[in-house]
Design a protein around this ligand. Structure first.
Ligand SMILES: NC(=O)c1ccc[n+]([C@@H]2O[C@H](COP(=O)([O-])OP(=O)(O)OC[C@H]3O[C@@H](n4cnc5c(N)ncnc54)[C@H](O)[C@@H]3O)[C@@H](O)[C@H]2O)c1
Length: 265
């Protein structure tokens, strides 16, 4: 096999990348790096206002064509339309990043069924739908890479109150491994990333009070990170770039933990 130059490994010119939940936080960080790497990027999110504004800002900064598609990842119809619109616009789908997720907290003892169902619908069904629709296109193409944003909570609970979330993220990791087996013969790689604490809009909303974590919980979480700080979204984006690139050509069914040492503490 001929060896690619390092610069070519991370050159995504002509490749099409879809990022769900791409208007904010980790998803936006990922979208931005793929735009910089030359890809045609599709940002999808339920937040249309922020999504369109950031898509336009990326277009004018990098001079690329970037698309926004309003999508609720828990809706089969929306995810089908997202993949269709991507294909119509760019003609392929090379990298699918299933990032959209929610992390509300509730003790199990007082958890409503609707709360449970909503977390599983966005974090679980959303990943399934994104993978299934992207994989249909990738199987036809005979190539592709899928990256599911799981969490360290896919492997180990980080705090009381996240039981519904932990169920969904353990599911994402199990699903990723099985799908990797199914898609390996089609030359499609499926991997996951397990972020620890990342400073995002979603986490900021948690720390600003209801309906999520208390200040004490936030402080306890921070003090349990050996590196002593939250990650920046870009520190997840560079991991995604690696996993999607030819530098990770022999990786499938893997989870990359990027958590400042939280899991070994
Ligand atoms: N931030 C962290 O510390 C952390 C840690 C581990 C894992 N994660 C995971 O990373 C992913 C992104 O987290 P974040 O911190 O960037 O969140 P965030 O809240 O900052 O951003 C999430 C984005 O997803 C969008 N979104 C929410 N529900 C959606 C839906 N149904 N359909 C489409 N878009 C939807 C939101 O509008 C938002 O733009 C999630 O899957 C989360 O579980 C985050």
């Amino acid at each position: 096999m001929s060896q690619k130059k390092i610069a070519d490994l991370f050159n995504f010119t002509g490749k099409t990348v879809v990022v769900t939940g791409g208007a904010n936080g980790i998803g936006y960080g990922i979208a931005r790096r793929f735009v910089e790497a030359g890809a045609n990027v599709v940002i999808s999110d339920i937040n249309e206002g922020v999504g369109i504004a950031k898509t336009e800002a990326l277009e004018s900064e990098f001079g690329t064509k970037t698309l926004f598609v309003k999508t609720d990842v828990s809706s089969e119809e929306d995810v089908k339309a997202l993949v269709e619109k991507t294909r119509e616009t760019f003609g392929s789908l090379d990298v699918m990043i299933n990032n959209a997720g929610i992390f509300p907290t509730s003790p199990v003892l007082t958890m409503e069924v609707g709360f449970w169902d909503k977390v599983q619908a966005v974090n679980g069904r959303g990943v399934f739908l994104g993978c299934r629709e992207a994989a249909k296109v990738m199987v036809e193409q005979g190539s592709g890479a899928i990256i599911n944003i799981a969490s360290i909570d896919a492997l180990h609970p980080s705090m009381v109150g996240l039981a519904a979330y932990d169920n969904s993220k353990h599911g994402v990791w199990g699903f990723t491994k099985n799908l990797a087996l199914e898609l390996a013969p089609h030359k499609i790689r499926v991997n996951a990333i397990a972020p620890g604490g990342v400073a995002t809009e979603g986490v900021a909303a948690m720390s600003s009070g209801a309906p999520s974590m208390t200040d004490e919980q936030m402080k306890a979480f921070l003090s349990a990170i050996p590196m002593g700080r939250y990650a920046e979204p870009d520190e997840m984006a560079t991991v995604a770039l690696f996993l999607a690139s030819d530098a990770a050509n022999y990786m499938t069914g893997s989870i990359v933990v990027a958590d400042g040492g939280s899991l070994i503490a």
